[in-house]
Write a protein that binds this ligand. Structure first.
Ligand code: NAD
Length: 335
């Protein structure tokens, strides 16, 4: 399979490095010629002068879109219309209608469209979902999850602080992973209460989001916090079933060694039996996700994110914005 990558930033580079030997990177496009050339040269590919050229190139079968959120929808729709398979990065666009518009085009395209929610492919999360799905610990009761980082000097000037390029702040950035993981692990959720706030960074988007979600049958809940004032990077995802807590702590790198912690309640209650499985190796989630994408191209169903998942996640984020008084659509127009 010949691959084209649009967006040669952090994630475009990660995606290129995660390609299997059965794939060849043939073309790269980025607003920055330097970035496009650097990535293309490293893989023996060519740098295209624009994403429009890349999506119509005859030696590109699959397009990975890893740009800022503002460009993802146009690139994805053009690639689908050109008959390519497409993998887009989360959140898939700046606001719900943009992401829905990709779903509409995908519905009548030959190529398949999937969404990069790579956290699903972390070993701790894979293991946790298997444990929960096995049913040995009874049904899911609730999830409590936190995801955050401390950003860096000048963060508020980067694209994630600019609604025109990003569409939203921390909730749309790291928060969508938490929402997606809740839905992947626990099925349907609706917003019960949500609050977004800008505490620290001088930017028109939120730096913290707090959410309570509930399943439509009201049997399951989730309590989520995403933050870019976390100061010490943190990922903590706790799944509470009737007879056990399953916790994924850390994601590797600056988030600390990923661990799957299993707290198994005894029939007589009291302190649980605790098993800790560390995953000290490199982050393989990008490779595993792309393998899943290729399986989907071959017609096999996998854990990979679908456009419906991206639509639902961004709808929940925008429900929070509305309930917190953030008019992001207006901010996008005025930025
Ligand atoms: N799954 C994850 O954990 C994860 C992590 C980080 C980012 N992301 C997502 O990946 C995407 C990229 O994020 P990043 O951190 O790599 O950002 P980045 O700033 O490092 O890279 C984005 C690149 O897109 C390029 N770009 C912007 N407009 C373009 C256009 N019109 N044509 C061609 N190139 C264009 C920029 O020049 C830049 O090089 C975002 O959608 C982000 O939400 C996902």
């Amino acid at each position: 399979m010949n691959i084209g990558i649009i967006g040669a930033g952090l994630i475009g580079n990660k995606r290129a490095n995660a390609l299997p030997s059965t794939c060849k990177l043939t073309a790269v496009a980025d607003l920055s010629n330097d970035r496009a050339h650097k990535l293309a040269t490293a893989f023996g590919a060519r740098a295209e002068s624009s994403w429009a050229k890349l999506v119509s190139a005859s030696d590109v079968d699959c397009v990975i879109v890893a740009t800022t959120n503002d460009v993802i929808p146009d690139c994805a729709k053009a690639a689908l219309k050109a008959g390519k398979h497409v993998l887009i990065e989360k959140p898939g666009g700046r606001f719900p209608d943009e992401v829905r518009s990709i779903a509409d085009v995908a519905a009548c395209s030959r190529g398949i469209l999937r969404v990069g929610f790579n956290h699903r492919f972390h070993p701790g999360l894979q293991g946790a979902k298997k444990l929960l799905d096995s049913g040995v610990d009874g049904p899911l009761m609730y999830i409590r999850a936190r995801y955050g980082h401390g950003a860096r000097v000048g963060y508020e000037k980067e694209w994630r602080g600019n609604p025109k390029l990003g569409g939203g702040g921390e909730l749309l950035d790291q928060g969508v992973h938490l929402i997606d993981l809740c839905r992947w692990v626990g099925g349907s959720f609706e917003l019960q209460y949500g609050h977004a706030q800008t505490f620290f960074w001088d930017m028109p988007v939120e730096d913290n989001g707090f959410l309570i979600l509930r399943s439509p049958d009201r049997k399951r809940s989730a309590f989520l916090h995403a933050s870019c004032t976390e100061w010490k990077n943190l990922f903590d995802f706790e799944i509470f079933a009737k007879n056990a807590k399953i916790q994924i702590f850390g994601l590797g790198g600056s988030y600390g060694t990923e661990e799957l912690r299993y707290y198994k309640m005894k029939p007589e209650m009291g302190p649980p039996d605790i098993t800790v499985t560390p995953f000290p190796g490199a982050d393989e989630s990008w490779k595993l996700e792309f393998q899943a994408f290729l399986s989907e191209v071959d017609g096999r169903k996998t854990d990979i994110g679908r456009i419906e998942d991206a639509v639902r996640a961004i709808e929940i984020v925008f429900d929070v914005y509305r309930s917190s008084g953030y008019d992001m659509e207006r901010a996008i127009c005025n930025a």
